[in-house]
Design a protein around this ligand. Structure first.
Ligand SMILES: Nc1ncnc2c1ncn2[C@@H]1O[C@H](COP(=O)(O)OP(=O)(O)OP(=O)(O)O)[C@@H](O)[C@H]1O
Length: 246
């Protein structure tokens, strides 16, 4: 199978002793990979290292077979990223923002802006100023910008954070549509277990900076657990049991 993301023994300790410890995981082409963990588990820390925004103390991240720390441009060539809330010029229209972003990729056809506006459901409001957009619309504009260059992998940190139910459903539907129609592989973090369960085929569960378990969702649940929430609580208790017996 084609490994798109390989994370090997990634470790980083901040001066306050928090951080991430010995994280390893793989994402295969076509996966919608859910990187699940409660607040403070270490998701953003891992994602910043995946995208070269921060350096690991130890371990490696390879994207499309290229080490992010040593071969950044090759590693990121087919990657779109949305970490934390999407930024855009509020005084410009959604369309103008995308045209500006598209100008960074001279090889892109002009109709790509129309295509991405349609894919994220913003065609009808493309000429309105971003300052008048709702948070959900801004997140969708961020997604549109991240897919302009037709990435094969999209890394999204908490894409539905702060959105209302309608906004969450819209983002979820867009992600599923992009996975299906544009064949994008996804690596998505969330602390919302229900979201992960609805969208993802593979899940890595992070708690206190460590991976508790990683694998194919249906295999993880294997008829033993009705929901991902039950499975998560089982894994956390198992880890705590292990720790207390150590
Ligand atoms: N620059 C930093 N200096 C010190 N501690 C940090 C730093 N960045 C993160 N941490 C700590 O590392 C841990 C992991 O943080 P991280 O932001 O990666 O978690 P997260 O899973 O993304 O959580 P959230 O869902 O709240 O964003 C937390 O305890 C956090 O306080």
């Amino acid at each position: 199978m084609d490994r798109i993301v390989e994370i090997e023994r990634l470790t980083k300790t901040f001066s306050n002793k928090r951080g991430i410890h010995d994280i390893s995981l793989n994402v295969q082409r076509g996966d919608v990979y859910g990187f699940f963990g409660p607040n403070g588990a270490g998701k953003t820390t891992v994602m910043k290292m995946m995208t070269g925004l921060s350096r690991a103390d130890q371990g490696k991240v390879r994207l499309f077979g290229h080490d992010v720390a040593t071969h950044y441009e090759q590693a990121m060539a087919k990657v779109g990223v949305l970490i934390e809330t999407a930024e855009a010029y509020e005084y410009m229209s959604g369309r103008k923002n995308l045209e500006l972003a598209a100008s960074l990729y001279p090889e892109l056809a002009r109709r790509r802006v129309d295509e991405v506006l349609e894919l994220v459901g913003l065609s009808s409001v493309q000429h309105e100023k971003v300052g008048h957009y709702s948070l959900g619309m801004k997140q969708r504009l961020g997604l549109a910008s991240a897919i302009l260059s037709k990435p094969e992998l999209l890394i999204l940190d908490e894409p539905t954070n702060g959105l209302d139910i309608e906004g969450m459903v819209q983002i979820r539907e867009i992600i599923m549509r992009l996975a299906r129609e544009e064949k994008i592989t996804f690596f998505i973090s969330s602390h919302l277990i229900y979201e992960m369960e609805l969208m993802c085929n593979r899940i890595g569960i992070l708690s206190d900076g460590k991976i508790l378990t990683e694998g194919i969702l249906s295999e993880q649940l294997k008829g033993r657990f009705a929901t991902l929430e039950e499975f998560f609580l089982h894994e956390v208790n198992k880890e705590r049991g292990t720790v207390s017996h150590a």
